[in-house]
Design a protein around this ligand. Structure first.
Ligand code: FEO
Length: 394
């Protein structure tokens, strides 16, 4: 990949990993990803901000050669996760005399994970500045973007913020800067939903902190560079706010069509009340798309058949996922079917402990749904509509 210029004496020298298809053996990457690494030339010192995934370090080295780099003084590690720091030992070795600049927490984690030694670090504190000659790097601690050691780096002379994972997204393009905002916004939102949403309150504080800085350009560690920055900051403020949308997310599975029939009826009933609904047949849906809707939804209704007295395993997985990523929805309910006995409601609601939605009375159907079950579904849809009205979103 070519060396790409951000501004005077600042270049992107990282890697576009076009065909990476999964991250952390967990998150599908249908559009690949990038490991952005930024080169900053001061009059006195040369700085590399973050490295790349170690599987692609040869490309980083090629780019550094292309940029004419013979010496690196400082390697800034903003985050200890391996996609950004995994090549640190190799970069330190290739550029003798270089030192890793980071915070104490990040240093401790890097010492755990990598073949590096105490003497290869220079530890900085929150707000500390590093003068490299004509450019001043200021370190802004941002713990719990999703790990406890993350920090940003601000260059006052360029009104430029290096934001690490924050405001990044898993997508690939040869365009360094955002050209298709909607595409990027969706990817950034998905990345937020998948790993940062549990730390929503911390991110509110990080955004407030950034209000004190004049920022024209934001260079994250994944995806494209934001310039201008207004739209993505506004989107992010909406995601991390307490505001929810008039939307019900319905993860469902159905063994003998009873639950599918109830969900179909439920969606129609919600629509009749003016409530938007998004059912996800979880055994065959894109869970990433569901995760995106969970960022904004006001209500979640889990819909499951009973299997061996409990919920369908994939609905239990959905409940586990919801509990893990901690969306801000306000109301939760369950629609379920059973043959002779069921603990589906207790199991599913008992799995959601990290957030405290109001639990609305569930709807049950013994066997195939009949008039009584459909009347209960009407009752639930009406109750959700009333609640959404109280929230001022309907
Ligand atoms: Fe892109 Fe948290 O690593």
């Amino acid at each position: 990949m070519a060396v790409r210029k951000l501004t005077d004496n600042v270049y992107e020298v990282g890697v576009i990993h076009w065909d990476r298809d999964i991250f952390d053996d967990l998150i599908p990457l249908p559009d690949g990803t990038t490991y952005n690494s930024y080169l900053v030339f001061g009059k006195d010192k040369t700085v590399l901000i973050d490295t790349v995934d170690p599987s692609k370090v040869d490309i980083l080295f090629h780019n550094l050669d292309m940029a004419g780099v013979k010496k690196i003084d400082y390697i800034i590690c903003q985050h200890a996760e391996q996609d950004h720091s995994g090549s640190l030992p190799l970069v330190l070795k290739r550029y003798p005399g270089s030192v890793c600049v980071t915070n104490q927490k990040c240093k401790d984690i890097l010492l755990l994970h990598l073949d590096v030694t105490e003497d290869q670090f220079q530890v900085i504190t929150d707000g500390e500045k590093l003068d490299i000659g004509g450019k001043t790097l200021e370190f802004i601690f941002a713990p719990w973007v999703h790990w406890p050691e993350t920090m940003f780096t601000y260059v006052a002379e360029d009104n430029l913020l290096f934001s690490c994972d924050f405001l990044g997204g898993h997508l690939t393009s040869t365009d360094l800067f955002v050209t298709d905002f909607k595409r990027v916004e969706n990817k950034v939102k998905l990345y937020y939903a998948e790993i940062m949403m549990p730390f929503r309150k911390n991110i509110v504080n990080h955004l407030k902190k950034l209000d004190d800085y004049k920022i024209d350009m934001i260079a994250p560690s994944h995806g494209q560079v934001h310039k201008p920055i207004g739209q993505i900051i506004e989107s992010y403020k909406g995601w991390v706010s307490d505001d929810v949308k008039n939307l019900v997310v319905i993860p469902y599975a159905s063994t003998h069509d009873s639950v599918a029939k109830m969900v179909e009826y439920f969606v129609d009933a919600l629509v009749a009340h003016g409530v938007n609904a998004k059912p996800y047949h979880v055994t065959r849906s894109d869970i990433g798309a569901m995760t995106l809707d969970l960022v904004d939804a006001a209500t979640v209704v889990l819909a499951s058949p009973t299997i061996i007295s409990g919920p369908h395993p994939d609905i239990a997985y959905s409940a586990f996922l919801v509990n893990m990523i901690r969306p801000k929805f306000k109301y939760l309910s369950v629609i379920y079917s059973f043959g002779w006995a069921s603990k589906a409601v207790d199991v599913l609601t008992g799995m959601i402990t990290s957030i405290k939605p109001e639990i609305l009375p569930p709807v049950a159907s013994k066997g195939f749904p009949r008039a009584e079950a459909f009347a209960e579904i009407d009752r639930l849809a009406g109750q959700i509509a009333e609640n959404h009205k109280k929230l001022g979103i309907l």
